[in-house]
Write a protein that binds this ligand. Structure first.
Ligand SMILES: Cc1cc2nc3c(=O)[nH]c(=O)nc-3n(C[C@H](O)[C@H](O)[C@H](O)COP(=O)(O)O)c2cc1C
Length: 278
């Protein structure tokens, strides 16, 4: 049953689903991941602190570059603090009712502290220091989401946290060389089944031996048509600026999204907290 459900979910998501082996191990977890979707609407029910702590521990069991462990999670438990942070996220209306919020942080501070304590120079003060901590935090975030969804919770990452990196860092007391990667909204989902968000076909994003995007324009056009037919956007982005498109496709939406400047101050923030990005 699980294998059939995995096939159906992957077919719905990618269009060109693989032949899922009948005897695959861990089919139930794979099915859950294949069927997953972000959750932006929650029940008015608290997640027990023990469960949240367990999910954080599971998330931090994920791989970490060179065992450096350059990521931390800040659970926001104080209701007044939660209200303050939610205030910064308010332009995304759904965040107003988020029951729990965690901030996933990259942390290169600890590594630098080790150098001080052990008396060795930190000779890698360049882009990689920021990049490694970012990757570690992102891996922990993704693992947290998978774990939380397996435990029956709903989640949605929130990168809008970075639109207010200075303010939110100050509120939760982040020191230099520690930065917010994203928030994660967590709670018991209001709906039973999340919607499956379609992805680009696997032939576009999974390469064998050599990267190949020779068919990319056609692949995106086909994907646009598939999404438009099955899951059209409810609204168009900034029609006052871009007009109203007759066919409002994924590629039009994504091109409009990054036609408007966003987070232009983030690089300056990262430099201010001590990173060299060269
Ligand atoms: C790092 C990251 C940041 C995200 N930030 C936001 C956000 O600020 N607001 C939001 O509604 N969704 C956010 N999302 C969720 C994505 O929009 C979502 O994963 C994507 O649309 C695919 O949908 P799915 O998760 O249901 O498959 C974020 C996801 C990631 C991985």
């Amino acid at each position: 049953m699980s294998v059939k459900a995995i096939r159906e979910a992957l077919a719905a998501r990618f269009g060109d689903a693989p032949a899922v082996p009948e005897d695959i191990t861990g089919a139930d977890l794979l099915r859950r991941i294949a069927q997953r979707g972000s959750c932006r609407s929650f029940q008015d029910r608290a997640v027990a602190p023990d469960l949240m702590d367990t999910l954080c521990a599971v998330a931090l069991s994920s791989p970490s570059k060179s065992d450096l462990q350059q990521r931390d999670i800040v659970q926001i438990r104080d209701p007044a603090l939660l209200a303050q942070v939610r205030g910064f996220l308010a332009p995304q209306l759904w965040t107003g009712a988020v029951p729990h919020l965690l901030i996933f942080c990259g942390n290169n501070r600890r590594q630098r502290q080790l150098h001080g304590w052990r008396g060795h120079a930190f000779a890698n003060d360049h882009l990689d220091a920021f990049f490694n901590a970012t990757a570690d935090a992102a891996i922990a975030l993704a693992t947290f989401v998978t774990a939380a969804e397996a435990a029956g919770l709903g989640c949605c990452p929130i990168s809008t946290v970075r639109n207010h990196a200075e303010d939110i860092s100050a509120l939760i007391g982040l020191p230099d060389h520690v930065f917010p990667l994203a928030g994660v909204a967590v709670g018991y989902p209001a709906a039973d089944t999340p919607a499956i968000s379609m992805r680009l076909p696997l032939r576009t994003t999974v390469h064998i031996d050599r990267f190949d995007d020779t068919q990319i324009q056609q692949d995106v056009a086909d994907y646009d048509a598939r999404r438009l037919a099955r899951a059209p956007y409810a609204q168009q982005r900034s029609p006052e600026r871009f007009g109203t498109a007759e066919r409002y496709t994924w590629s039009e939406e994504k091109a409009r999204q990054y036609a408007l400047p966003e987070r232009t101050g983030f690089g300056a923030f990262i430099r201010r907290i001590g990173f060299r990005l060269d």
